[in-house]
Every structure is written in C-alpha cells, then in structure tokens.
Design a protein around this ligand. Structure first.
Ligand SMILES: [Ca+2]
Ligand SMILES: [Ca+2]
Length: 270
C-alpha cells in the first residue's frame, strides 16, 4: 500500500470518528448539563463549585466576627485593672499596722506651774504673762499655782509660743485646756480676740488657727474656769511646729483671757 492510500484511509477513519462523536453527544447532555471543551461539566446548579460563588459562604463568618463585640471584651479588663490594685494597696497596710493608740501631751510646762521662762517664749506689752497668786488678779490657778493671763489692757498683743516636734507616728492632734474670760465690754460685739495658732518651724507663717480665728472673743466671757477642746485639722506628723496663744485687744474696754492646764494632745501608735 502506498503512503497515499494509507493517508487516505486514515483521513476517512478520522472523519467517521468525528461524525460518530457528534451523534453521541446528545446522549450525555441531560438535565441542562453541558460538556465543556476540556471534558469537564459546567452547570447552572453547580454554584458551590463555581469559583465566583465561593466567596458567599465565606461572607457569613466574616460578618460574624465583628459582632461578638471585641470592644465590649476589651473594656471590662480596662475597668477591672485600676480598681482592685488601688483598693488592695491602700487598705491592707493601714489595717495591718499593729497599733495601740495612746495619747500624749506634746507641751512642756503645759500647766505653767514650772513658772515663766520654761519652754514658753513670751511677747507682751504688760510684763509677765505666766503669773501666780495675787498677780493673777485674784483668780486661783486651775492647776498648781501658775496660770497664763493674756490681755487685760487696751491695744494689747500678748503671745505665748512653744516649739513642738510632732511624732512621726502621730495620727491626730487636739488642743484642749481651761479658759476664764472676763471683759469690760458691754455688748456682744467682738472687739478683743484670742487665737490658738499652729505656726511653721520658723514661726513666721500661720498654718492653722485651731478652733477658728479667733477661737474666743470678749463675747465668750465666763464666770469660772471652763473647758475647751478642739481638733487640729492639719497633719503635722514628723514636723517641727510652734503653738502660739495670742490675745489682741482693741483700744477700749479691756478683756482678760486666762488659760491653764492646757494640752496639745497627740494620738500616736505604739
Ligand atoms: Ca497651772
Ligand atoms: Ca476691748
């Protein structure tokens, strides 16, 4: 057989195969399916397999992620962090310190009975302030023999000052004692004044006026020794301070402020 004839037979066979293939395709084309040129099937129903349709299932998880409130999950830790440490740090040490509160008088010669010149610095325009006996204008001292007499004359400025070291363990201070106030004023106006002052260590600045400024005036006159007791509001633990007792009188109708048995009482832990 010549090459020509062989080629001619092959061509006829190939043509027949194409015809046969064309006649068998309708048998495979059921239910709307079609055969792709590469032999794979592509259908309208095959969306899950369609790369274009694939993102849709993924859209649901993506939409679910932001809604569980990542913001809400972040805030509770923020709120929880600052408070427990603060409460834990501050309170337990206070409660844990073993302490038996006791009170002690920080003043020396607090009843003036050691006499003038002991611990008290005196400034006044009418002589001695710490007095005894008949020099107290016939007032018996509240304790011992000596008491302090501030004022008693017009346009006066009498001062008794003592320097005090407040213990570092002091948790509170009170100023208490006995007063006896007499006056020649005839009404309840406030003309002559008494102050109890806390000064700084240098004695030049007033840190606090105990019980108010003034604490007593001619309007608070008494007929005998009368107790007073005031809290000191500042915290002076560990500091050097000065306590100043001061009477200021105006130009007429003198007032006298007698003081005795006083105490700058500190509460301390022991
Ligand atoms: Ca006394
Ligand atoms: Ca007066």
């Amino acid at each position: 057989m010549s090459p020509y004839h062989r080629t001619g037979w092959i061509g006829v066979f190939a043509l027949s195969a194409l015809v046969a293939c064309a006649t068998t395709n309708p048998l495979e084309n059921d239910g709307g399916h079609s055969t792709a040129p590469d032999g794979s099937k592509s259908t309208v129903d095959a969306d899950p397999m369609d790369p274009d349709a694939a993102p849709r299932p993924d859209a649901s998880p993506d939409a679910a992620i932001p809604h569980p409130d990542p913001d809400a999950a972040v805030m509770p830790p923020d709120a929880a962090v600052p408070h427990p440490p603060d409460a834990a740090v501050t309170h337990p040490p206070d409660a844990a310190v073993p302490c038996t509160p006791t009170t002690t008088n920080l003043l020396v010669n607090a009843s003036f009975d050691t006499g003038p010149g002991t611990m008290w610095a005196e400034v006044g325009g009418a002589g001695e302030i710490i007095l005894a006996g008949t020099n107290l204008q016939m007032h018996a001292a509240h304790s011992g023999t000596f008491a302090a007499w501030l004022g008693g004359y017009n346009s006066g400025d009498d001062q008794l000052t003592q320097t005090i070291i407040v213990p570092a363990s002091a948790t509170g201070l009170r100023f208490k004692g006995q007063r006896w106030i007499e006056t020649l004023e005839t009404d309840n106006g406030t003309y002559d004044k008494l102050t109890f002052e806390i000064l700084g260590a240098t004695g030049t600045n007033v840190l606090e006026s105990i019980g108010g400024a003034p604490v007593f005036t001619n309007a608070a006159k008494t007929t005998t020794w009368t107790a007073f007791d005031f809290p000191v509001t500042g915290n002076y633990a560990g500091q050097t301070i000065r306590l100043r007792l001061r009477a200021l009188t105006d130009f007429i109708n003198a007032s006298s402020f007698f003081l005795d048995t006083i105490a700058l009482e500190a509460t301390v832990c022991q």
